[in-house]
Design a protein around this ligand. Structure first.
Ligand code: 5GP
Length: 195
């Protein structure tokens, strides 16, 4: 069993609307051993791809993305949710992302300077739910004329629509942990077989 799955079983807390809180080790307080596992597993899966850049969205994606980028020895770029005063309209790629947990839609952006047509971009995020964050990142990559090498996810909630949406967009999705069901009443998590 993966260490990440083990920690989810021990420390995950289920919230309404199928939200899993694992901020004691993944996206607030961070367990470096979880990060090491994510780094190694995502590297193993995507190492055949000629990755030139790792892309994520702030803030929770940054920690796993920097680990994976370090292993590939390429830069990590994160999409920003607020516009820096130094980034003019003509100098940025921008798209809209609806946040599953916050239920708000925001513009996210990256500087054109850091994505170009010859990039092979690996997209990383902490969770995959309905796929909106990853689809937004795919849009940014494609605006630059760059190639999406794949999407690497720490925790996929497979009962939501994200995987289907990403596969429909033609990208390889790999998730370390796949959750098949969450039961709020009994506080039970069912994992997909082999995940
Ligand atoms: P999606 O865009 O795929 O619908 O949702 C993924 C994004 O929403 C991730 O970036 C993650 O931050 C957040 N998210 C979705 N589901 C969960 C969840 O169950 N727990 C936490 N902590 N974040 C989630």
């Amino acid at each position: 069993m993966s260490y990440l799955k083990d920690r989810i079983i021990k420390d995950g807390i289920i919230y309404p609307n199928n939200v899993l809180k694992i901020d004691s080790f993944l996206n607030h307080q961070i367990d470096p051993k979880v990060m090491k596992e994510i780094e190694n597993e995502l590297y193993e899966h995507f190492k055949k791809e000629p990755i030139t850049k790792v892309l994520t969205i702030e803030a929770s994606g940054i920690a796993p993305a920097i680990m994976v980028a370090a292993h590939f020895d390429v830069p990590m770029l994160f999409a920003k949710k607020t516009k820096p005063s130094t980034l003019q309209k003509d100098d940025r790629y921008e798209t809209q992302v609806h946040s599953y947990t916050k239920n708000v839609t925001s513009n996210v952006m990256v500087s054109k300077q850091y994505l170009s047509a010859d990039d092979h971009v690996l997209i990383i995020d902490d969770f995959l739910a309905n796929g909106q964050a990853s689809l937004g990142l795919i849009d940014l990559v494609r605006q630059a004329g760059a190639t999406v090498a794949g999407v690497g996810i720490c925790v996929e909630k497979s009962f939501q629509d994200g995987r289907r949406q990403l596969e429909e967009a033609g990208v390889d999705v790999y998730s370390i942990v796949r959750i098949e069901a969450i039961d709020n009443d009994t506080q039970t998590i069912t994992f997909a077989e082999g995940h």
